[in-house]
Design a protein around this ligand. Sequence first.
Ligand SMILES: Cc1ncc(COP(=O)(O)O)c(C=O)c1O
Length: 415
Amino acid sequence: MRTTLEVRHAELVARRDEFPLLAEVTYLNTCSLGARSVRSRRKLDEFLEQWDRLGARAWYKHWLDELSALREDFGWTIGRPGSEIALAPNVSVALASVASALDPVQRNDGDAVGRVREMGLPVGIGSRPRTRIITTALDFPTIGHQWLARAPLGVELVVLPSEDGSTVPLSAFEAAVDERTSLVATGHVYFTTGAVQDVEGLAGLCHDRGAMLLIDAYQATGLLPTDALATGVDFYVSGTLKWLFGGPGNAFLWVRPELREALAPTSTGWFSSARQFAFDVASLEFASDGRKFELGTPATPSAFIARGGLEVVREVGIERLHERTTDLGSLTIALAESAGLRVRAVREDAKRGGIVPLEVRDPKSVVDELARRGFVVDFRPGIVRLSPAFYNTEQEVADVVAALAELTPPADRIG
Ligand SMILES: Cc1ncc(COP(=O)(O)O)c(C=O)c1O
């Protein structure tokens, strides 16, 4: 007999047949890499066929359009038009582009600061340079590394600790963001713990203090319904590896339109040019739209693959994906708790993304043993991460929790 959840989500679960990996293993690792839909292979075949048939003409007949469609898809995930999106091969490149645009502002370079001030933007302006970037201990390393690499330019990274190992409260940011801060850079959903941050609250407090906010939304895009403009965020980056089921090679950057106008990247490439096909090496005028922050030729086969995953996300809709994933997360927590496992996840549904972390003594050996038994999950220091997605069944969740309980000695269990 089917459970209530299965009946409610029957249409979504039926789509699991589109993902070949799910027939091979019990896959609860979407927070690391989403499974691939058969549509992605079809799209890749389309790309290869166009290459074989058209050679370089494929750029003009198909591929540039496909890249525009990808920008539209990305924009759709955050309620913005594709014209406001910059493509990047990964989040790190998108961050590097933002960092390059902020360098002159952080140095208090007259022109850059003047431009930003003219726009009336809440950006690190004042008599003293704002050289501080604030992130948290729960954020993905590439965020901190961008700014650590800029230490020779006088940039200082402040890493806020997490007292409970799961979240960093708004009050901690409040205490840290001051007149030395140019930017807060942190996740929408923490990749280790799945906790959802109060992006609107963060934007408000940053702007009140003349700082900007950059959000790494990798664990949110495709999962949390988002209106980027309404949140007040200044920079929003994400990619296709996880909840967009689009594989590696594609990420994006959205910059608040008036800020996009005011800032100019100092690392760039010809895809950012307003007259890309004029092939003029001696002058650079940036595109006025989101492409201003792009660099060189995008990873085009990856774009085709990604659009297969995005097609599924668009068909189902982010609200439904969120509802289904949240239900599976609650089920995972309930089963894990009743098995006496140590659950580090946020309990409140509205404050949890798609990750359920469980504290385990030796996460790597547990994950290896689970893999031998046909379960794919992953680990981070001190925890095993379970991330059931819309295509997982309740039975799969129950099975992986039962296997974890079996591998956890009674002394490590609660109760
Ligand atoms: C929160 C978060 N940010 C960024 C990344 C990846 O960054 P990049 O696209 O630079 O490899 C991941 C996962 O791989 C992630 O979970």
